[in-house]
Design a binder for this molecule. Structure first.
Ligand code: HEC
Ligand code: HEC
Ligand code: HEC
Length: 128
């Protein structure tokens, strides 16, 4: 297939293409969460880490809300979220839009595993 012939080159070129405008953000990319979503028939969740990091201190999420600093380390269920845990501490219709907006979180492409999105690995403490 012709597509397969250029796709490895594309993967190599992608980080280079992204660099000029993502360099300040390259340490920690978006986190793709798909421990449970797709199995349950929902698209994976894309968590825009930097969008949140520039708004809140790390400890809000990584200490107070209990998120581990490692992609995929948490068992986050939709039930927890609706009950105000994890993402639901803010996505409750007061601090941020509420959980009925399924499509704003479940935006990942089907088949993608849980991982940091947009950078292969980070330099931070997340890489244990
Ligand atoms: C709004 C919540 C929130 C804030 C604020 C936040 N994080 Fe995160 N962070 C998360 C979530 C959610 C994950 C993914 C956890 C998982 O997959 O189970 C994560 C994952 C990580 C990881 C592992 C993934 C990676 O990039 O290697 C690191 C490291 C990390 N955070 C560092 C930080 C630092 C440093 C700050 C502050 C500058 C911060 N976080 C602020 C929610 C947050
Ligand atoms: C604020 C973000 C957010 C919103 C809004 C949201 N979800 Fe989720 N959802 C998550 C996260 C995070 C997970 C855990 C992802 C994983 O690891 O697979 C999840 C997991 C799930 C799962 C997997 C099974 C389970 O119970 O955990 C289902 C099903 C689900 N969501 C359905 C929905 C539906 C339906 C809506 C809209 C009514 C919705 N979600 C809205 C973030 C969200
Ligand atoms: C500490 C509070 C907080 C937590 C925890 C939190 N969010 Fe958010 N999130 C916000 C706020 C505030 C906004 C901006 C809402 C707005 O624009 O009205 C936002 C926006 C977003 C957006 C839209 C970003 C954009 O580009 O507009 C997504 C997607 C999102 N959150 C997903 C998640 C997921 C998934 C989780 C859990 C893994 C989560 N959030 C946890 C506060 C939080």
């Amino acid at each position: 297939m012709p597509r397969q012939r250029w796709s490895p080159a594309l993967w190599l070129a992608l980080p280079l293409l992204c660099m000029p405008w993502t360099t300040p953000f390259a340490e920690y990319g978006d986190v793709l969460l798909n421990n449970r979503a797709q199995q349950a028939g929902m698209p994976p969740v894309v968590f825009p880490h930097w969008f949140h990091r520039i708004r809140y201190r790390c400890k809000v999420c990584h200490s107070e809300l209990g998120f581990e600093m490692r992609a995929g380390a948490n068992v986050v269920t939709m039930n927890d979220i609706v009950q105000g845990k994890f993402c639901g501490a803010c996505h409750n219709g007061q601090i941020a839009w509420a959980t009925e907006n399924c499509g704003l979180c479940h935006t990942g492409r089907a088949g993608l595993p849980t991982r940091i999105f947009g950078s292969h690995e980070t330099l931070g403490p997340g890489r244990w």
